[in-house]
Design a protein around this ligand. Structure first.
Ligand SMILES: Cc1cc2nc3c(=O)[nH]c(=O)nc-3n(C[C@H](O)[C@H](O)[C@H](O)COP(=O)(O)OP(=O)(O)OC[C@H]3O[C@@H](n4cnc5c(N)ncnc54)[C@H](O)[C@@H]3O)c2cc1C
Length: 337
């Protein structure tokens, strides 16, 4: 039954484990409930925040408006041919449960994206990606509701403005459009994408090449690289890898010959933000309970009772120091609220 909860703790709704609360909170389980909340219960000018599983947000304050957690569940096959399958998935499904569903049914395309935390509804927001794959490659369309007009709109993939950790939903439509369901096209004759270096070496150890072994290899790598969520709060990579011009990169390389970089296109190069942060001396540093993960400096940690403001302050200090050393402006990947 639809409930609007007052003064609801968001502690369990964000993976940084920040202890803040929402003035109003609702978790609609159907499309009708979602529309009812927006239509009947949302007050004019009330701030709105959409939270999926809270694995890509940093909450810096109590939220004085309405938090909506879309909890609509369901996975439906819409069409199947000998080559492809078209699947509609509702926003409240857990992303990795969907990946497992695909692998168990022999549907290829999301195996490299195994073990990414979060909801299906949020996967298009920053075009989740890992180990040489991005979710835009399997998305057919994204459907949702405009929070002001309550109009239901479907964006086909070409209208989503997908980019590196980016989309129209993260930009123009941020908090103005609630994604309710995503339609995916997966392959029934999967072509494996295992060119990513560490994935290749991990698979060599598993000695098999199928959807399940790719998933296992990805999980092995992620377990080794990422902090234990039972011990630390985090939201994965805090910063995006910066994209800089080739000429700027060549200048930097003359001072730092080991700087890791990947060609983005003919003019630009993507630099590993974690390397920049580490070289600026931040790996393993801690200010109170806010810290930088020692094994991967791209990840900021809550060691226990850090506030969102403390983590934000740490991120700002890192940004200033990286800029001073390398002349590069880091942009956050995490949504700071
Ligand atoms: C340990 C760890 C590892 C990670 N690894 C990766 C990785 O490898 N690759 C990667 O790309 N990301 C990674 N992430 C980030 C995160 O998993 C993804 O961004 C994920 O898609 C966030 O899903 P969520 O449901 O938790 O979104 P939330 O954190 O709840 O929300 C993220 C943003 O999306 C908005 N939003 C959420 N749901 C909706 C909706 N239904 N409609 C409209 N807006 C919505 C929110 O308002 C917010 O701005 C990692 C995070 C962690 C904690």
């Amino acid at each position: 039954m639809l409930k609007i909860i007052k003064n609801h703790s968001l502690h369990k709704h964000n993976t940084f484990r920040i202890k803040v609360s929402a003035k109003f909170y609702a978790a609609p389980e159907t499309l009708d409930e979602l529309i009812t909340i927006l239509h009947k219960y949302r007050k004019p000018d009330q701030h709105l925040l959409i939270i999926g599983e809270g694995s890509n947000i940093l909450l810096t304050n109590n939220f004085h408006g309405l938090v909506i957690h879309p909890d609509i569940k369901g996975i439906e096959i819409l069409d199947k041919s000998s080559d492809n399958v078209i699947i509609n998935v509702w926003a409240g499904e857990n992303w990795d449960n969907f990946v497992v569903y695909c692998i168990n049914n022999g549907f290829g395309g999301v195996e490299n994206l195994s073990w990414i935390p979060g909801s299906v509804g949020a996967c298009p927001i920053q075009n989740i990606g890992a180990y040489g794959a991005e979710v835009e490659n399997v998305i057919e369309s994204v459907t949702g509701i405009l929070t002001d007009s309550l109009e239901q709109i479907t964006f086909t993939r070409d209208k989503c403005n997908f980019g590196y950790r980016d989309s129209i939903f993260k930009q123009e439509l941020r908090n103005r459009f609630i994604i309710t369901n995503v339609v995916f096209r997966l392959s029934r004759n999967p072509v494996f994408n295992t060119t990513y270096g560490r994935l290749q070496s991990e698979l060599a150890g598993i000695k098999k090449n199928d959807l399940q072994s790719i998933r296992q290899a990805v999980i092995n790598i992620r377990k080794d690289k990422l902090p234990d969520p039972d011990k630390f709060g985090s939201a994965g990579s805090f910063f995006r890898n910066p994209v800089i011009s080739k000429s700027k990169f060549n200048n930097l390389r003359s001072d730092y010959p080991d700087i890791p970089a990947y060609a983005e296109n003919n003019q630009n190069v993507k630099i590993a933000a974690g390397w920049l942060i580490e070289k600026a001396g931040w790996a393993g540093k801690q200010a109170g309970d806010a810290g930088v993960y020692k094994k991967q400096a791209l990840i900021l940690l809550n060691h226990g009772s850090a506030t969102g403001k403390q983590i934000k302050e740490l991120a700002e200090k890192i940004t200033i120091s990286v800029n001073k050393k390398f002349g590069i402006d880091l942009q956050t990947e995490v949504n700071i609220i």
